[in-house]
Design a protein around this ligand. Structure first.
Ligand code: WT7
Length: 654
């Protein structure tokens, strides 16, 4: 962590040319500070409303906010139709590239036709406003088309990342009450087709209420088929009319649910609504990235199955009439220069990605990007975890050619859009820091009692005013919403769960989660979720999971397990490699490959406090091979020696 918060002594002023023509200048901070609500109202006016709102914000019942009360709009109309109506139908919305190298270009006019067909198809399948639709797709244009089709008819989409297991999909379908699932036979990952439909078959067989499964043909893999339920996308969507008159919905009409890990084993269904969400994603995308709809070619290199994809592959860029790149596969397929090849091919001007990818590129070496023409790039973005200054500088030099400012954007699934970030034409950049609240956002660093801290101090990050794209609740669980985010410091202070430091100049540096949530390659995974998966295996009696710092993924999952007395009897070879392998595979299957522990250690005891709480800090010290900290609150400090004795000489790293 120390490296993350260490100033490099180097700062970067905005490039003069960019500053001269930037979408927003320094005055924006004063404007927003003078009248926060009219600042957001102006941002909302960038959208097209069927009916103007009566009240910008209703915060009479905190923490339940209503933005743009009384306003009506259609999110899909704002993302697609209005650009076509304004004569931009021929502009490319997406340059899509499949992993095998196949391509598709979708103009705004074509996107509009596809979205209308899909909206008609969903209506034919009985989907109406307010119904939930699960989407489990690879990174193909149909993912965005499906989301927009839902938005167009007022249905609530619930996208599940294709890397999640059948179990994870099933529990999300049940929690959201989805009756229709949109999936594909498979998608391409790491040079091979990777099946999706079997996970859907498995999930759907275990839950109540799914009436239809709409299947996109992508890989042409063999699929099991249930005639009573399964339908091919190309049949049902293909035969629809491209005409569809959209209805307008209330600004607070639900737009989507996105599940994210909390501190318990049960993921939280984060609910986003329409008017405020679209206002803030569109405005931040335009201001943070200085997006110019015409010359720019914009690329968020992330999966649409995460909030980054929702806000900055789909809604923000489309609302701003951006031309985007969308890529199906992994960065090393078929070679390590694939991303750079795409930047060169499409003349990408703005690239937005995660620090974990940058660190992977660093490992592969600067020769890889040096082999491509990256001169089209003018601005870079980072998201998902703190970017360590070393990675920042490498990104700046070897991808950005020393000329592109980097926007380190701090936000969360819950916040919906950027909350802390520099601005490209304004901020003198400080590598490693997300720096300042976005205009119109109130963020503070506070101590444990909630007192605001001055410069040069460390504490917790809180948001002290509601913001347009904030989550509205946890789906079906208002109490959990209040408890999780608004109880620590009262119902008008949002506790983000991140530690933060304010430096002497007032820059904010994020220090990672302060709760039991890990951040692996920019993906949030709860320690409890992995622990409950491990104890779900018949050989495991107890498990403790920690996120240990990892040079590539930010954090890696390290598990300590105590076996049941019968583990040996089950023929698993007790503490042997074979059992460790079995357990890793078990978690990967249970939750998804992203949750597979990097390392599992079989131990006799776990360090606990007198109240029985597992002391993760000590386990983290072991996992990171640090000297042990204070152990005086342990029930039995000899436990630690026992654990240390059990450590394998060289931890297995597969
Ligand atoms: C958590 C939210 C936002 C979309 C991707 C992750 C961490 C995110 C940064 C950043 C430091 C960051 C925080 C946050 N995080 N961006 N620029 N600097 N930390 O969304 O899964 O909801 O995770 O990611 O810890 O709380 P998410």
């Amino acid at each position: 962590m120390s490296e993350t918060t260490q100033a490099t002594g180097r700062t970067f002023t905005p490039p003069a040319e960019l500053a001269a023509q930037a979408n927003v200048g320094p005055e924006i901070y004063d404007e927003a500070a003078r009248d926060r609500l009219s600042f957001w109202a102006d941002a909302a006016h960038r959208l097209t409303w069927d009916r103007e709102w009566d009240t910008v914000l209703d915060w009479s019942n905190p923490p339940f906010a209503k933005w743009f009360v009384g306003g009506r709009l259609n999110v899909a109309y704002n993302c697609v139709d209005r650009h076509v109506e304004a004569g931009h139908g021929e502009q490319v919305a997406y340059h899509w590239e499949g992993e095998p190298g196949d391509t598709r270009t979708l103009t705004y006019a074509q996107l509009k036709d596809e979205v209308c067909r899909a909206a008609n198809a969903l209506t034919e399948l009985g989907v109406t406003a307010g119904d939930r639709v699960a989407i489990y797709l690879p990174m193909i244009p149909e993912a965005v088309v499906s989301m927009l089709a839902c938005a167009r008819i007022g249905a609530v989409h619930m996208v599940v990342f294709g890397g999640f297991s059948a179990d994870a999909l099933a529990s999300r379908i049940t929690d959201a009450g989805a009756q229709v699932v949109i999936t594909a036979d498979g998608g391409y990952r790491r040079g091979a087709p990777s099946a999706l439909k079997p996970a859907v078959d498995d999930a759907v067989s275990r839950v109540e209420g799914v009436r239809h499964v709409l299947v996109v043909k992508r890989t042409e893999q063999d699929v099991e088929w249930d005639d009573s339920r399964d339908l091919w996308w190309h049949d049902v969507v293909g035969r629809q009319s491209a005409e569809h008159t959209c209805e307008f919905f209330d600004a607070e009409h639900p737009l989507y649910i996105m599940y994210t890990s909390g501190t318990t084993a049960k993921p939280k269904g984060i609910l986003h609504t329409s008017g405020g969400y679209l206002t803030q994603v569109a405005y931040t995308h335009w201001a943070t990235f200085d997006l110019k709809p015409d010359p720019d070619v914009y690329w968020t290199a992330a999966d649409v199955g995460w909030v980054t994809g929702h806000s900055y592959i789909a809604y923000g860029p489309l609302a701003n009439r951006a031309t985007s790149v969308m890529y199906e596969g992994t960065p090393e397929t078929p070679h390590r220069g694939r991303w750079f090849e795409l930047i060169e091919k499409y003349r990408v001007t703005i690239l937005y990605t995660a620090p974990t990818v940058i660190r992977t590129f660093m490992k592969w070496g600067e020769d890889v990007p040096a082999g491509f023409d990256l001169s089209s790039l003018r601005l870079l973005g980072s998201v998902g975890e703190p970017i360590n200054p070393e990675a920042w500088l490498w990104y700046h030099e070897h991808i950005g050619g020393g000329r592109c400012p980097i926007m380190d954007t701090w936000w969360q699934t819950e916040t919906g859009a950027h909350m802390l970030t520099p601005l490209p034409g304004v901020t003198t950049l400080q590598p490693g820091s997300a720096q300042h609240p976005f205009p119109g956002i109130s963020a503070k660093v506070v101590d444990d009692e909630g007192n605001e801290l001055g410069d040069d101090s460390t504490g917790l990050l809180v948001l002290t005013e509601p913001w347009p794209s904030m989550l509205r609740t946890i789906w079906g669980d208002d109490d959990r919403y209040v408890d999780t985010y608004w109880s620590r410091f009262g119902t008008d202070v949002y506790f983000a769960g991140d530690g933060a430091k304010k430096d002497a100049d007032g820059n904010i540096w994020l220090l990672g989660r302060v709760d039991d949530v890990m951040n692996v390659s920019g993906h949030r995974i709860s320690t409890t979720e992995v622990e409950s998966s491990l104890v779900g295996h018949p050989t495991v009696a107890e498990a403790a999971v920690v996120g240990a710092s990892d040079p590539t993924t930010g954090q890696g999952i390290v598990a300590f397990v105590i076996l049941r007395g019968n583990a040996e009897a089950q023929g698993e070879g007790a503490s042997g490699d074979e059992l460790v392998q079995t357990l890793k595979t078990h978690v990967a299957k249970d939750i998804g490959p992203i949750a597979k522990p990097r390392q599992i250690m079989v131990v006799q005891e776990l360090p606990k406090t007198r109240s029985g709480k597992i002391m993760r800090r000590l386990l983290r010290d072991i996992a990171e091979n640090r000297e042990l900290g204070d152990v005086t609150t342990l029930t039995d400090s000899s436990v630690m020696n026992m654990i240390k004795d059990k450590l394998p000489a060289a931890p297995s790293e597969d």
